[in-house]
Ligand binder design. Structure first.
Ligand SMILES: NC(=O)c1ccc[n+]([C@@H]2O[C@H](COP(=O)([O-])OP(=O)(O)OC[C@H]3O[C@@H](n4cnc5c(N)ncnc54)[C@H](OP(=O)(O)O)[C@@H]3O)[C@@H](O)[C@H]2O)c1
Length: 285
């Protein structure tokens, strides 16, 4: 395993297990399978409605809590200061833990600064170790940086060879913020997995297409959190540390960038939809 050092000094593994759209009963299998396969970074979110099962999966694995890095995310319906404060405590309870390693603001919409203040207090109270954001564009990130006392150390965004985030990466580097890739496999997109360059590199290195994709993320310096409910895939995805893509391979992978996202909800709709409504985060087995 390789590690990334976050601003603030924490070390986190460059590979973790994702749980988006993984049902609670599957998380109880996938999370211990990942821990058994050597993963020590686990990604969930309030809005995935699987935090209780992720917590149970962690307990089932039986490794000491301090060996794990547990990430979760606050959803924009909870972004007012008081609501965010309460949601941090509710999140701890759902996960069955007394601290969260990394807590992210899931989106850039709503009362971001109110929510951030609550997260900062969570850090001071020992409930959260590291803060970060997800899906922020540069403009929203700069506004947050100008108004925070605890800096975000990590930014989780859609990133894969078709959407390489080249502009944002420059800014993150400047601010010492680690990029964490979501949809690292394009959400399992068959076009990306079947891409000729990726298939050729898989043959060259005696690896699978998925392993080539994940290795590319690691060598770009990202943290990568492929999602899977399949223990065989989970094992395969962790088997990426015994080979290296050379400079020519990396050039070929970089040439695949087409600024193409797989997540399709338009920004204007996101801005309206995400902070609205009432989600019962407790309604999960
Ligand atoms: N911050 C955000 O807004 C945000 C948004 C989306 C996701 N995320 C996080 O990022 C994580 C990764 O994204 P994702 O899970 O949506 O997409 P992904 O990792 O790009 O792709 C997941 C898909 O790939 C398949 N897959 C995984 N390993 C495979 C393998 N070795 N061979 C063949 N297929 C394989 C999975 O199917 P199987 O289950 O059958 O293996 C699943 O259908 C999420 O789980 C979540 O934790 C964050």
């Amino acid at each position: 395993m390789e590690f990334r050092t976050l601003g603030g000094g924490a070390q986190i593994p460059c590979l973790g297990i994702g749980t988006f759209r993984i049902r609670p009963e599957d998380c109880e299998i996938s999370v211990p399978a990942a821990i058994e396969a050597g993963y020590r970074l686990i990604d969930t979110a309030n809005v995935y409605l699987n935090e209780k099962a992720v917590g149970r999966g962690i307990k089932k694995a039986g490794v000491p809590r301090e060996e794990l890095i547990l990430t979760t995310k606050l959803w924009p319906t909870e972004f007012k200061y008081q609501k965010a404060k309460a949601q941090i405590d509710a999140t701890l309870k759902r996960l069955g833990t007394d601290y969260i390693d990394i807590m992210l603001l899931h989106q850039q919409y709503g009362d971001v600064l109110g929510a951030w203040k609550a997260l900062e207090e969570g850090v001071r109270e020992g409930k959260i170790k590291t803060l970060g954001v997800s899906n922020f564009d540069e403009k929203h990130l700069i506004k947050l940086l100008a108004n925070c006392t605890v800096k975000p150390a990590i930014m989780q965004v859609e990133c894969h060879p078709y959407y390489q985030q080249t502009a944002l990466r420059e800014r993150l580097k400047k601010e010492n913020i680690v990029l964490e890739s979501w949809y690292p496999l394009g959400s399992g997109n068959s076009g990306l997995l079947g891409e000729e360059t990726v298939r050729n590199l898989a043959e060259k290195h005696g690896k699978t297409a998925v392993q080539i994709l994940l290795r590319w993320h690691v060598q770009e310096g990202f943290v990568v959190i492929p999602g899977s409910k399949n223990p065989l895939h989970i094992k395969e995805n962790a088997d990426i540390f015994d080979f290296e893509l050379d400079e020519d391979d990396m050039k070929l992978m970089r040439a695949l960038d087409k600024n193409k996202r797989f997540f399709k909800v338009p920004k204007v709709l996101q801005r309206i939809m995400f902070p609205l409504g009432k989600i019962d985060f407790e309604k999960q087995p």
